[in-house]
Write a protein that binds this ligand. Structure first.
Ligand code: SF4
Ligand code: SF4
Length: 312
């Protein structure tokens, strides 16, 4: 996460990032897949149950469809062009999940929600299953009011976190967070954290799944976030069959592709090692061990080391 230091205070000063910026328009885009059953609490329960099925391979909900960076950026661009024609802004730039923008803070200050104790932004009408985006413009707009926080005495997200990454309300130790470890972190995953990752192979939704406000989470109106290639119900064994060509083909247009096949196999190795600690039947044990053994001579030291750990 060296980008934090690299971009320094530019992150908090939009006009330094895009000279001439006078206002920032913030937007949210809901991403629950269109097929998500209603009410969404039933859906959250079934996601939580799947985390208990050790041989399932759990991918975070946001990453099961098309890469949101592309979807969000295109739509913000269209919106910005309309605003430009309508309001006469001469300059604008759109961002979504870009390193130099403090987008959660901008969202909170502009009334898109409040910062939950898990540090994500949430809204009374939409929970937290949404992406954020911004349009920097060179016209002075009337600021919208900051919203109020509504976590109250709840601490469900802190209690559920499998790796105790939420070290205090509103404080996240990213080095322990499974989202960070499975996506951003390169190289070896600290051994003491591996058992805590369970069957989460890309991201982690636990702190959102237990949040009471997510009964108001909204389904996307777009087909883009529909699940692809059965990623909402795949097993570890199935995904261990993907060689690099399959990985690149099947994750085309998906955010998952960014982590590459090496991190993908690393994460699968950790989850499969965790599954093998469970009381599996002999046939299931043997199939999973064989699926791991296929990768034990992989050219990547990271993959070899994690496969060896899983097999041991
Ligand atoms: S994403 Fe998972 S690991 Fe990270 S803080 Fe939330 S529950 Fe904890
Ligand atoms: S689970 Fe509770 S404490 Fe955590 S963000 Fe939701 S309301 Fe706030």
């Amino acid at each position: 996460m060296t980008y934090m230091a690299r971009h320094g205070l530019t992150r908090a000063r939009p006009a330094e990032l895009v000279p001439g910026t006078l206002s920032v328009i913030t937007a949210r885009m809901d991403y629950l897949p269109r097929q998500t059953p209603s009410p969404s609490t039933d859906w959250a329960q079934s996601e939580l149950q799947r985390l208990q099925q050790s041989t399932q391979a759990v991918v975070s909900v946001y990453a099961r469809g098309r890469d949101y960076h592309k979807v969000m950026r295109q739509r913000l661009q269209q919106l910005a062009e309309k605003l430009q024609a309508f309001a006469g802004a001469s300059g604008f730039r759109v961002f979504t999940d870009s390193a130099p923008v403090l987008e959660a803070e901008l969202a909170v200050r502009s009334g898109l929600g409040w910062r939950g104790k898990h540090t994500l932004v949430l809204h009374r009408d939409a929970g937290s299953f949404f992406f954020l985006g911004e349009i920097f413009v060179d016209i002075a707009l009337e600021p919208t009011a900051m919203g109020e926080a509504h976590c109250g005495t709840c601490d469900a997200c802190i209690r559920v976190c499998p790796s105790q990454a939420i070290i205090a309300p509103y404080q996240l130790d990213a080095r322990r967070c499974i989202s960070y470890l499975t996506i951003e972190h390169a190289g070896s995953i600290p051994e003491e954290l591996r058992p805590l990752m369970g069957n989460r192979i890309y991201g982690c939704d636990d702190c959102q799944l237990v949040c009471p406000w997510n009964k108001y989470a909204k389904r996307s109106a777009l087909p883009d976030f529909d699940e692809r290639h059965g990623l909402g119900a795949s097993s570890l064994w199935q995904l261990l069959q993907w060689d690099e060509d399959s990985f690149l083909r099947l994750t085309e247009g998906s955010a998952i592709r960014r982590i590459g096949h090496v991190r993908w196999l690393r994460n699968l190795a950790v989850a499969t090692g965790n599954a093998l600690r469970h009381n599996l039947g002999a046939a299931e044990q043997s199939a999973l061990r064989q699926a791991l053994q296929r990768w034990q001579d992989h050219p990547s030291e990271v993959v070899r080391e994690h496969i060896a750990w899983a097999l041991s």
